[in-house]
Write a protein that binds this ligand. Structure first.
Ligand code: C2O
Ligand code: CU
Length: 670
């Protein structure tokens, strides 16, 4: 479908002489590795040095996630909260790290930003992924996680910091090849010295290797049966493109992109895959028992041209099938704003719109909930692959032509020299800063990265909640926070309880009084938060069919600097039942009911204590939707606004920065 770009890709690779390599063993000596698979909601990932067996002889010293290359494959059901407890145990000289879950819809704090929220040597950070997007489950997709530290991403990924992350989605057709027939494959190129070691030296145009590795092995083989397989292929290389084809000339059935399943399967003879792109294909080995088929890269020959071998050496009855329709494209509305980004070389650097990356500059401020049109233009002669964080994009046109059916929704766009891609994207759920950049990692590190900041829509005044007279607003920022808990085994209908849902929430994750501005007033920023809960699991007792939320605000004071406050907790609570189960199967996916409610809970606190009184609001689903809440309903509370005013009865203005208010929440099953 993108045949027009092949010449450009060949032209680019012609410019890059592969580094001289040492070991070129005979092909297809080792089986393709299957990385360890982690499926728990709490996952520990440690960046550490390790000796990785790549060739059959001396292992290769690499920087790894949990000791392997690629790192473990994380595999999670959509809609479920996942915590990655990440530790940086690499030598201090490597510097700070930042873990990016590429393709995920993460909050800015959990996105693995290049210059903020870093994890210093010896340090740790917890990344939270909700599995939710726009009030629904995130689409099933194969994502990947890799380091994203500004200026050294290319080095860090080259040295081994990359792994796969699969979101499994029960809404995707269940007849596709699955289990052992669902094979994630990460392709990357590296060069090795005579002792099988790798090293990295930055070249702004891009660094290539002379071996192609599949799941970390050179030219491996896979034993298969004479049936269909689902191959999810990632190009994890720094700059190298691959043009995939099968040696027997067979057709590959493309079912998805990096953003999940296509609306319908597409037959492909040949597929170009550029850095960070993923392609989801079904290959049928029926009728080939006893034969071998090679997955080729037709842009190269030798060790770079024959990527891996399939050995069809067993017979199996194939009950899998590729349905004629897979997953409809979502309607994300009509764009209201157009922006153009030009990716080219200026001032001796790879830049966007002539500007080098600056973590302190914001290039665009899209409004939460709106859809924009972005024109991504490559006015130079080199290939770029443009990746936009936060949300998926839908193709409007490529080089002025309507989209072909193989690339409708994506987040990494191959854009050859002189080409232009026009996409639309809708900003949902999270406010804050995200980056977009060329995923040729050396172009990104050089300076070809920009930043956008999703901003909340201008607030509509809420006359019901007047500010107390004379009070100074202590405006606070409520960072989006997500907690999910389930109570699948609860069997009693006892009194209201507030069980803890997962690890305690850090006070600093919630409300922090800003730094005073020039007038001594705390900075103004009010955000929103969302909490999700599942009313029991389907098939358990009826008393689990109700869930509730308790939110309270307390003041944790720096004694003597914040001695009283008056607060109004404005909880604009939207209870949204998103997925409804019937017995054990999903009966109604998507938003089932929205029940908005504004509650104002005035409170004041004058005692000079470390933890003051609190304002709290409790909502229960069944009180608002009498008789209609069923077990298995998934509910999300959206807290619109929390305001707390300083200036209590003692008349002091307590505007010191650093005072912390915190919100705690409990999600309960009555
Ligand atoms: Cu895969 Cu911003 O990166
Ligand atoms: Cu580039």
């Amino acid at each position: 479908m993108r045949a027009v770009v092949v010449a450009a890709a060949l032209g680019l690779l012609g410019l890059l002489a592969p580094a001289a390599g040492a070991n070129h063993p005979a092909p297809f000596l080792q089986p393709v590795p299957v990385p360890a698979t982690l499926t728990a909601s709490d996952i520990t990932i440690t960046a550490q040095e390790a000796d990785v067996p790549i060739f059959t002889g001396t292992p290769t010293r690499m920087w790894t996630y949990n000791g392997t290359f690629p790192g473990p494959t994380i595999r999670r059901p959509t809609g479920r909260h996942t915590r990655i407890n990440f530790h940086n145990d690499l030598p201090a000289s490597v510097g700070s790290l930042s873990l990016h879950n590429h393709g995920n819809h993460s909050s800015p704090e959990s996105d693995g930003q290049p210059a903020t929220f870093l994890v210093p040597p010896g340090g740790s950070r917890t990344y939270h992924y909700t599995g939710l997007e726009g009030g629904k489950n995130e689409r099933g997709a194969m994502q990947w996680y890799h380091d994203h530290r500004d200026g050294v991403t290319a080095r860090n990924v080259w040295m081994g910091l990359a792994g796969l992350y699969v979101i499994d989605d029960p809404d995707d057709p269940q007849t596709l090849p699955s289990g052992p027939q669902d094979v994630p494959l990460a392709i990357s190129d590296r060069s090795f010295d005579a002792n099988n070691q790798i090293s990295y030296s930055f070249q702004s145009n891009g660094v290539t290797g002379d071996h192609a590795l599949v799941n970390g092995k050179p030219q491996p083989f896979l034993d298969v049966a004479d049936r269909k397989y689902r191959l999810r292929i990632l190009n994890a290389s720094n700059i190298r493109n691959y043009q995939l084809a099968l040696s027997n000339g067979a057709t590959m059935t493309q079912i998805g992109t990096e953003s999940g399943l296509l609306p319908a399967p597409v037959s492909r003879q040949s597929i170009l895959i550029s850095p960070a792109e993923r392609v989801d294909i079904v290959v049928d080995f029926a009728g080939l028992l006893g034969q071998n088929v090679v997955l080729r890269n037709t842009l190269a020959s030798g060790a770079l041209g024959e990527l891996m071998q399939f050995r069809i050496n067993s017979h199996e009855i194939d009950t899998s099938s590729v349905p004629p329709t897979l997953r409809p494209q979502e309607n994300i509305g009509t764009p209201t704003v157009t922006r153009t980004f030009d990716f080219s070389r200026n001032g001796g650097q790879w830049r966007i719109n002539g500007l080098p990356f600056d973590p302190n500059r914001v290039d665009a401020q899209p409004v939460l909930g709106t859809t924009e049109r972005w024109i991504l233009r490559n006015s130079g002669g080199w290939d770029h692959t443009i990746h936009i964080h936060d949300v998926d994009q839908q193709l409007i046109s490529r080089n002025g032509q309507p989209p072909t059916p193989d690339e409708l929704t994506k987040e990494s766009w191959y854009i050859g020299g002189g080409q232009e891609v026009e996409v639309k994207l809708k900003f949902t759920d999270h406010v804050g800063r995200y980056v977009f950049h060329c995923h040729v990692l050396e172009h990104e590190d050089d300076a070809m990265m920009g930043q956008f900041e999703v901003v909340a829509a201008p607030p509509t005044p809420s006359p019901g909640f007047a500010r107390p007279r004379g009070a100074t607003p202590l405006r606070a920022s409520l960072v989006p926070a997500y907690e999910e808990c389930t109570s699948p085994n609860r069997t009693h209908a006892g009194p209201l309880a507030f069980p803890s849902c997962g690890p305690p929430v850090q006070a600093s994750d919630h409300l922090t009084v800003g730094t005073p501005d020039a007038n001594g007033q705390p900075a103004n920023s009010i955000g929103s938060a969302r909490l999700a809960a599942v009313a029991g699991d389907p098939g358990t007792t009826a008393d689990e069919a109700d869930v509730g939320l308790n939110l309270s605000i307390s003041d944790v004071r720096n004694k003597g600097s914040l001695d009283d406050y008056q607060g109004t907790l404005l909880a604009k609570v939207t209870r949204r039942i998103t997925d409804r189960y019937n017995g054990s199967s999903l009966a109604e996916p998507g938003t089932v009911a929205d029940v908005p409610l504004e509650v104002a809970v005035p409170c004041s606190q004058t005692a000079d204590s470390t933890i003051g009184g609190n304002c709290s609001v409790t909502t229960r689903l069944d009180a608002l939707l009498p008789g209609s809440v069923r077990e298995g309903d998934r509910a999300i509370w959206e807290l619109g606004k929390v305001e707390v005013y300083d200036g209590g009865p003692d008349g002091n203005a307590d505007t010191a920065a650093g005072n912390t208010l915190f919100a705690t929440q409990g999600i309960f099953v009555p």
